[in-house]
Design a protein around this ligand. Structure first.
Ligand SMILES: [Zn+2]
Length: 205
């Protein structure tokens, strides 16, 4: 672009911006407000180990859907099962299939940076385990934050549940992955026609 064209474009832009600043500001406010509520915190694609069985893949995928529902769409993770012997060093984030023996203390999973290590054979409820590890991946209960101090939560230290609980919600809010929903406010406008009987105005005496 020539210098003149750039100047012209610049002045046009300045004119446009100044002429409708009021509306643009209002629009920006709205976008910011909605964005705060709706912007996803995580839209990454996880590269899953092709060693996982069909059943295990299904459980992990269901766990990602559960996280999307729990966070009201803020977490939108997907998994592609393309991690193999040729690319495991470079593809990230990565979900590795390991054996229970590979894990410290017989744990069913661990998260280190953008790598998830999952030993599905150590899990009675594979989806619950998947949800738990995804929770760590998202930053919940990562050191020095302890596990959720209740049982029957996804982020409980032992026997995690696949159903999210109050402790999960609190931790999720704390680390900023979840957002407090705005209180539901219903505004009712009532127009009263004095010539018509209005049942809503008939209070018992
Ligand atoms: Zn854990």
């Amino acid at each position: 672009m020539t210098h003149l064209a750039a100047v012209l474009r610049g002045s046009l832009l300045a004119m446009l911006v100044s002429s409708c600043a009021y509306y643009e500001d209002r629009a920006a406010d709205k976008i910011t407000e909605i964005g705060k509520l709706m912007a996803p915190v995580d839209e990454r694609i996880i590269h899953g180990d092709d060693e996982f069985t069909g059943h295990e893949r299904e459980a992990f995928e269901a766990g990602l859907i559960a996280w999307a529902q729990f966070t009201r769409g803020r977490v939108r993770l997907r998994v592609i099962w393309d991690l193999d012997g040729t690319n495991y060093l470079t593809l990230r984030p990565a979900l590795f299939r390991v054996l229970p023996n590979d894990m410290h203390d017989g744990r069913a999973g661990a998260v280190e940076g953008d790598s998830i290590w999952w030993a599905p054979e150590a899990c009675p409820d594979k989806q619950a385990c998947a949800e738990h590890e995804v929770g760590h991946f998202l930053g919940l209960c990562v050191f020095p934050r302890p596990h959720v101090p209740y049982t029957n939560n996804v982020m409980s230290a032992t026997n995690p549940s696949r159903n999210f609980g109050y402790g999960d919600w609190r931790e999720c809010l704390y680390v900023g992955v979840c957002k407090e929903p705005r209180p539901d406010v219903t505004v009712v406008t009532v127009t009263v026609d004095p010539t018509m009987p209005n049942p809503s105005l008939e209070y018992p005496k």
